[in-house]
Ligand binder design. Structure first.
Ligand SMILES: *[C@@H]1O[C@H](CO)[C@@H](O)[C@H](O)[C@H]1NC(C)=O
Length: 174
């Protein structure tokens, strides 16, 4: 290692995760990332409860457009048009809550569906983003809905700077 070598790191816990769980997750993440990619200049790892990212250049305060993945529930909904609309609407409302009213850059919420089910959603940005970059990051993520999650009972778009998740079951802790 060179003496002047610098590393920049960023950790983010899901907004509802308790401090102790957050600490456990965030302390495991660097160990795991270094054992999986020991010689890399940077890396990123995601868990349900936290994310950890590092790089040898300063990436803080910039939207990460490189690292992104989707996850979705394999089950199809019975009424895709309404469901997709409601999902987008909920996530857009939560995104707005995330960057406008919330200094945690995190929001959760729910909406009732016609069939007496409930749709639950979560949106979050990393805390290094400005409010306007948080908005841009989440808007872009929500625009990925047709590519990842339309017609699906649950889905996530996860990037190094923001993420959303929706499910028809309760998955947050509050
Ligand atoms: C959901 O719908 C897609 C597209 O119509 C289909 O390919 C897939 O097999 C369906 N999945 C399930 C679990 O029924």
């Amino acid at each position: 290692q060179h003496q002047n070598q610098k590393a920049y790191g960023l950790a983010l816990c899901r907004g509802d995760v308790l401090a102790a769980e957050c600490k456990t997750c965030v302390s495991e993440a660097p160990k795991e990332i270094l054992s999986r990619c020991p010689y890399n200049k940077g890396g990123i790892i995601w868990y349900d409860y936290c994310m950890f990212r590092y790089l040898d250049t300063d990436f803080l305060g910039k939207i990460d457009n490189t690292n992104k993945f989707y996850m979705w529930n394999l089950k199809n909904v019975s009424d895709p048009a309404t469901f997709n609309y409601k999902t987008r609407e909920l996530l857009s409302q939560l995104a707005q809550k995330t960057y406008v009213m919330n200094n945690k850059l995190y929001a959760t919420g729910e909406v009732k569906l016609e069939n007496s089910e409930t749709l639950y959603g979560l949106t979050q940005c990393t805390r290094d983003l400005s409010s306007s970059d948080c908005k841009k990051c989440l808007d872009d993520a929500i625009n990925e809905l047709p590519n990842c999650c339309d017609d699906k009972e649950g889905g996530r778009v996860v990037s190094g700077s923001c993420n959303f998740r929706y499910e028809i079951y309760f998955f947050v802790k509050e």
